[in-house]
Design a protein around this ligand. Structure first.
Ligand code: GLY
Length: 355
């Protein structure tokens, strides 16, 4: 499979993506092409990407600093200023070459510059390939609140090229793998068996799983682009995972936790909540914890940490009317949305994670 159609965009896998991009560029009269990169994708991905591009249109590279801490409105302002100084207009095109921060923020920058210019995502991390760059969620963090400001807007095209994974350190691959595990858990036992049996994660094995995972995500966003219902299943593990991630981001003295590492914790917690509330099968809960902890080292979360994490939960964007809402499972592939959970059940889930 080389192509998937999403609501308003095309997703291409591998080399065909560049052919499609080049013919898109020759059919459209763009005034300028901005390529948004960070220092890592500038060095490791941009030369390969530019080598595949065939166009006479002026290309301007805009570099921002990597990392979730830079996913801010201030960074956006810097990029909007650069685009203005480079005479960007409504016929400009933005190409986001990078991980989830670049594709989320670049999509937001493009969606709001001059009231919206066209953009294309070229994800270079596993996380952005299987999740961030597909489905049109764009935005930035506001202080410690993740993705608090943004818009839904799909770019014209997503090019998923596993080549870029060869430029990544192992921990980034592990981080992205959490979203693959999530897609499997919300879909079927068969998908869970498939993803948990891939231990070596060679690029060839990953490619098969990436395509399957993007397919799962795309099916969800095709049915519910604006997250009124089914799309909430993609938040499995994220309510607590985001709170854990925000907490660790706000405490640089603690260990650095990548997004996927936090979501991995969130999925163990959410599965335990699922067992407490909906009788999720115990043997599968144990299997999920074992598999996740075989990929992600356990993180020390103290009682003090837990108290602050619970406070952060109150601000989670997925909550409505002040309740803490969760996506839980009664079994692998069987979801329940908007579940209210009590504080002591959250504490019990953390206790299970810690042992
Ligand atoms: N990452 C969750 C979503 O795209 O809805």
């Amino acid at each position: 499979m080389q192509h998937l159609r999403s609501n308003n965009s095309d997703i291409y896998f591998g080399g065909i993506g560049y052919q499609k991009l080049n013919s898109f560029l020759s059919k459209n009269q763009f005034s300028i092409i901005f390529v948004l990169v960070d220092e890592n994708t500038h060095e490791h991905c941009l030369p390969y990407f530019l080598g595949a591009l065939e166009t006479k249109v002026t290309i301007e590279i805009i570099e921002i600093e990597s990392g979730e801490v830079n996913k801010t409105i201030e960074t956006c302002a810097g990029v909007w200023n650069a685009m203005s100084e480079l005479n960007g207009d409504r016929k400009s095109l933005m190409i986001n070459l990078g991980g989830g921060v670049i594709t989320d923020m670049g999509g937001f920058i493009a969606s709001t510059f001059k009231r919206g210019i066209e953009f294309i995502n070229v994800p270079t991390t596993l996380l952005s390939m299987v999740d961030a760059s597909v489905g049109g969620k764009t935005g930035v963090d506001l202080g410690s609140l993740k993705n608090q400001v943004g818009v839904f807007n799909e770019g014209e095209m997503v090019i998923v090229d596993p080549y870029y994974l060869s430029t990544l350190p192992d921990e980034q691959l592990r981080s992205g793998y959490a979203e693959i595990l999530k897609h499997a858990l919300i879909t079927s036992d068969k998908d869970w068996q498939l993803v948990k049996n891939i231990k070596e994660k060679t690029l060839e094995e990953l490619e098969v799983i990436i395509i399957r995972s993007v397919h799962i995500k795309n099916d969800v966003v095709l049915e519910d682009a604006l997250e009124n219902g089914l799309r909430k299943t993609l938040n499995f593990g994220h309510t607590l995972g985001h709170a854990v991630e925000s907490y660790f981001l706000a405490h640089p003295e603690k260990e650095l936790l990548l997004h996927g590492e936090a979501i991995a914790i969130g999925m163990i917690l959410a599965t335990h909540l699922s067992k407490q509330l909906f009788d999720f099968p115990e043997e599968k809960l144990i299997d999920i914890k074992k598999e996740i902890l075989s990929i992600y080292d356990p993180v020390d979360i103290t009682e003090d940490d837990l108290n602050e994490i619970k406070q952060l939960l109150i601000h989670d964007k997925k909550n409505s009317f002040g309740n803490i809402n969760f996506v839980l499972l009664s079994d692998i592939g069987k979801h329940l949305l908007d579940v209210e959970v009590r504080e002591k059940q959250i504490s019990a889930a953390f206790a299970f994670y810690r042992v």
